[in-house]
Design a protein around this ligand. Structure first.
Ligand code: ADP
Ligand code: MG
Length: 337
């Protein structure tokens, strides 16, 4: 009898100890696996935690995905899908499904923004030298060079037929204003399919997507860069539990000539950059939208940005050329933790 009682007691004690250990492990914030590096032609940082304990493997898969995407979307990488499409001389070409998807999205977005967003500015981008990150190559072209390059611009020259695409009129597609945002969506999908409760974030050259809240319940605090400040000089903060955020600005690739700033986002009607904003930061459910929206808003200016934001359900903060900050009502939801 005594032996049975002792046995029951020790089993009970063991059960309590095990329960306490589990509770402690469960309560402990998850360990973030963080990997940083250059991928997809830009700086990438990924932080991921999952109870499945395979965060490193998942993050490695995400980096692999980025190099796969680079072989599709990098128009300046010889042999990439887009490189081949840009050299297909107006012939129909079967393209990779991911390229097809982003081309169609870009085409639709171009139409919806009355052509302020235009994925066919390749020849203009190259003319200014903004296709490289070497500042010595950036230059102010002569007006006749710009008008020449503009002859080979216009999203309506992209034609679709099933899984085939053709480019007319000598246009060159450049998806620099949207591809990073699409990549963010692809990375988030990888993390979620491994573990829908995983948390962390991905940052592809300033296009950020939230995998899940920090430690499962806290927002990620994200700084918006002061366009006229240094790298770590934040002008505002937002707190995100989910979704994506992107910034387009006039301070990454630019030249100043005779006191005027020219940067790497162009008005497809003129071949020059606009001077409405120093930067536009956007928050939306999808990386592809956040990225494309910011690029379009830089060209469209304040009143179009306001209309598009209502139409697409995008929160945004713009900083104009006088440094004045403006936000829409949706943005307010993210200003506090
Ligand atoms: P970044 O890529 O520097 O983070 P953006 O998302 O604003 O910033 O993209 C800028 C890139 O978009 C340019 O380098 C160019 O490839 C492309 N681009 C330039 N002007 C336009 C435009 N009007 N519409 C769509 N894409 C554009
Ligand atoms: Mg963009």
């Amino acid at each position: 009898m005594r032996r049975i009682r002792t046995l029951v007691l020790s089993i009970f004690t063991l059960a309590v100890v095990v329960a306490v250990i589990f509770a402690v492990i469960y309560k402990r914030p998850p360990q973030y696996y963080v990997r940083q590096g250059i991928a997809f032609g830009t700086n990438v940082k990924i932080a991921c935690a999952t109870k499945k304990k395979n965060a490193k493997a998942v993050v490695d898969v995400m980096f692999d995905e980025l190099s796969k995407l680079d072989n599709i979307f990098n128009p300046y990488k010889s042999g990439s899908e887009l490189y081949k499409l840009n050299r297909s001389n107006g012939k129909w070409m079967v393209v990779d499904p991911q390229l097809l998807y982003v081309l169609k999205y870009s085409f639709d977005f171009a139409r919806e923004t009355n052509g302020d967003f235009d994925p066919t500015l390749g020849k203009v981008v190259v003319l200014w030298g903004f296709n490289t990150d070497n500042p010595h190559k950036w230059r102010l072209p002569a007006p006749y060079e710009i008008s020449n390059a503009l002859k080979n611009v216009g999203y309506r020259n992209i034609e679709f037929n099933g899984n085939k695409v053709r480019l007319l009129n000598g246009i060159w597609v450049d998806l620099g204003g949207i591809a990073k945002g699409y990549a963010v969506d692809m990375l988030l999908a990888i993390a979620k399919s491994n573990d829908k409760d995983s948390t962390g974030y991905v940052d592809v050259g300033g296009n950020i997507g939230i995998i899940g809240p920090k430690y499962g319940n806290q927002p990620w605090k994200i700084g918006i860069r002061n366009p006229r400040g240094t790298m770590n000089d934040a002008i505002a903060f937002v707190y995100l539990y989910k979704g994506t955020i992107a910034t387009s600005g006039d301070y990454e690739r630019y030249i100043i000539m005779n006191g005027k700033r020219y940067y790497h986002i162009f008005n497809p009607k003129t071949g020059y950059s606009s001077n409405y904003f120093e930067s536009v930061t956007t928050i939306s459910k999808r990386g592809i939208l956040s990225d494309a929206f910011g690029t379009a808003a830089m060209i469209g200016g304040p009143s179009k940005a306001e209309n598009w934001a209502n139409e697409f359900g995008v929160a945004y903060m713009s900083i104009n050329e006088e440094g004045k900050i403006q936000t829409n009502s949706l943005w307010k939801d993210y200003e506090k933790p």
